[in-house]
Design a protein around this ligand. Structure first.
Ligand code: KG4
Ligand code: ZN
Length: 337
């Protein structure tokens, strides 16, 4: 019998330290240490993130190994997120992966974080067929990606300024909500009227997004309303959240529907932290019904940053024979490969 492909995968691009064991494309374990320290600063503080990664990385890898029942000697490769992300954070995962691989004499696989968000769809039993269209929406990115095969992906469009998650978080901050505000906007939006307030946003061509306009219109709207009533935001929080969420989802879905139609794609999914948003999930299911799509939404634990998605990407790279060597360095802004 062939030896299984057993990969230790490490993710440390932002503020989650994560390790997973993926064997023959199946996730045996996936541990995530979330850094709570950033909440009080209203956003991720890069220097603190790298320090926390250094504290978390050994216990998280240990837990992933123990939980999987796999010993170090059974590993066949080590994978790590090489880009994009916070450079100090990426350095911790990269250095650990390189040292570990060298010590154990294992091959190294570097993974692009955004490609991994898309391939998170291939963790579950129900896998998309190609061509597959994925809207990746996180705190740092908003991309529409056309996948022709596991590793043949094309970014059709992305944001020219803020990411969708960033727009959620910045509006939440204006409303006095703690970081990350996306989940709280989602919570309040469930009880609000999505048509109550209108927030104009800039029309962008093709598949390009821009979220800076909606952020500014919410800011000016709140400033004007607060002059009349200082407690306006508190009194209307549900309707404001519902209206902002509705506007952001409409922007995302309009472009995604156009991309799927233009490319004749019927297998469509969402990935990244914002895909946890209940309004976006509902909009995807509604579009699926209306347009005859097969809709894919990963499990919540695979939507936000995690090492399982790094491991599954590394699995396909292993099959393709794509490895890196000990000279690999992380990159904050690596271009798509
Ligand atoms: O993918 P992710 O965990 O990390 C990045 O790579 O950025 O995404 C985090 C982002 C944050 O902006 C957070 O506010 C947003 O995802 N988010 C949500 C929800 N859950 C997380 N945004 C809207 N609704 C949610 N339920
Ligand atoms: Zn991410």
């Amino acid at each position: 019998m062939n030896q299984p492909i057993t990969i230790l995968a490490i993710e440390s691009s932002c503020d989650e330290t994560s390790a997973a064991i993926v064997q023959d494309g199946r996730v045996l374990s996936n541990h995530i240490a979330t850094q709570k320290i950033h909440a009080r600063f209203g956003g991720v503080v890069p220097e603190m993130a790298s320090r926390a990664h250094m504290e978390n990385i050994v216990p998280v890898i240990d837990a992933a190994l123990v939980d999987s029942g796999v010993s170090k000697s059974e590993l066949t490769a080590v994978a790590f997120t090489q880009a994009p992300g916070l450079i100090g954070s990426l350095l911790v995962g990269t250095c650990f992966a390189k040292s570990f691989a060298q010590a154990l004499g294992l091959p190294l696989i570097s993974v692009h974080h955004m490609q991994a968000h898309v391939l998170a769809h291939f963790i579950d039993e129900r896998k998309p067929e190609f061509p597959f269209m994925c809207l990746t929406v996180s705190g740092g990115h908003t991309q529409i990606v056309l996948c022709r095969s596991h590793l043949d992906m094309e970014v059709l469009g992305e944001t020219m300024d803020d990411a969708a998650g960033e727009a959620f978080d910045k509006v939440a901050k204006m409303l006095g909500l703690p970081y990350p505000g996306g989940p709280l906007i989602d919570k309040y939006a469930k009880e609000g009227d999505p048509k109550k307030f209108k927030f104009p946003s800039k029309e962008m061509k093709d598949y390009t997004f821009s979220f800076s306009g909606i952020k500014t219109s919410v800011l000016y709207f709140l400033q004007a309303q607060r002059k009349e009533d200082p407690e306006f935001a508190e009194k209307n929080i549900k309707d404001i959240c519902a209206s902002v969420q509705h506007t952001i989802i409409k922007m995302l879905m309009t472009k995604l529907e156009k991309a799927a139609k233009d490319h004749g794609v019927k297998h469509v999914g969402i990935a990244g932290g914002v895909s946890a948003n209940s309004g976006l999930r509902a909009a995807m299911l509604e579009a699926g019904e209306r347009l005859g799509w097969e809709v894919y939404i990963p499990k919540f634990e695979y939507c936000t940053d995690n090492a399982a998605m790094i491991g599954i990407t590394a699995h396909y790279k292993y099959l393709q024979g794509t490895f890196t060597d000990l000279s690999a360095t992380p990159s904050a802004r690596a271009t798509w490969t």
